[in-house]
Design a protein around this ligand. Structure first.
Ligand SMILES: [Cu+2]
Length: 282
């Protein structure tokens, strides 16, 4: 957002931007082959993360080009042939002060939006519309909706054949996805039942460690309906790569419909205390 104000949103990455724009539908909600950039944002936090990322790219590019120009200039102007008798100068106060102060100014310039973003991510809006518990287990997730009685269920990765049948992406689709309403503040309370896991959905700009013995909080407000995928992002054991996260962002009405059905279907099926091994069969 701050970048918009600075007016530096011009298309350095015009090609990539065009690609994002062309595929702004819900089909983009999953990672794609050869994707070079962050996934498109569907929450205000992720929008700011992408803006911040872009700001850093501009700064890094400018610094790299400046250093490259200096190197080329030195190589051409001060090589042995062009400059046979080198100067014996060893200090230049002005230059030394400049190369200390300028990086400090650049870092402060980066720190201000960085801290603003950190606080935005870290501060859960008061009175979230929905709270979901995400319990990381070796190697699947258990979800509970504390506002909906005993609604609790396990979410396991689909095996390849089942994923193909269900038209879900391989290694990302799950049997029981999480449902959330669109444009609502969702608070995630996450913990680990055995080892440290991490609940992460790139399109939401959310990544929070699930630590046994404590509850961590994070939040998101998805502004676009669709299916979004994430993965456990803390190395948690042999099947760490096989405990994906699938979130379906749906309309209010659809969410209520799912909630009613889910209450009947899942009530108290998953369990906080029992840890069972996820099926590893291929
Ligand atoms: Cu894990």
């Amino acid at each position: 957002m701050f970048l918009k104000k600075l007016g530096v949103r011009a298309g350095v990455l015009a090609g990539t931007a065009a690609l994002w724009a062309a595929s702004a539908g819900s089909a983009l909600a999953a990672p794609r082959p050869w994707e070079m950039n962050l996934q498109p944002a569907v929450t205000p936090v992720m929008e700011d993360i992408r803006d911040f990322d872009r700001l850093l790219i501009y700064i890094i590019t400018a610094i790299c080009l400046f250093v490259l120009a200096l190197l080329l200039w030195i190589m051409v102007r001060y090589n042995k042939r062009a400059n046979p008798t080198p100067s014996k100068t060893s200090h230049n106060t002005l230059l030394e002060v400049a190369w200390t102060i300028v990086p400090v100014i650049i870092l402060v310039f980066i720190a201000i939006p960085s801290f603003r973003l950190l606080y935005f991510e870290g501060t859960i809006p008061p009175h979230p519309d929905l709270t979901i518990e995400a319990i990381g287990k070796q190697w699947y997730w258990t979800y509970a909706y504390p506002g909906a009685g005993k609604l609790r269920f396990d979410s396991q990765m689909l095996q390849d054949a089942d994923a193909a049948k269900a038209q879900e992406p391989r290694l990302l689709g799950v049997d029981n996805p999480v449902y959330v309403p669109v444009n609502k503040v969702v608070q995630i309370e996450t913990t680990g039942a055995d080892v440290i896991h991490s609940w992460a959905v790139p399109a939401f700009g959310v990544k929070m460690d699930a630590v046994p013995g404590r509850i961590n909080h994070t939040w998101f407000k998805a502004t676009k309906e669709g299916t979004y995928y994430g993965e456990c992002s803390e190395l948690c054991g042999a099947a760490h790569a096989f405990m994906p996260i699938e979130v379906k962002v749906v309309s209010d009405a659809e969410f209520q419909k799912w909630l009613a059905a889910a209450k009947k279907q899942y009530s108290a099926k998953g369990s906080l205390d029992s840890t069972r091994m996820a099926a590893l069969t291929k």
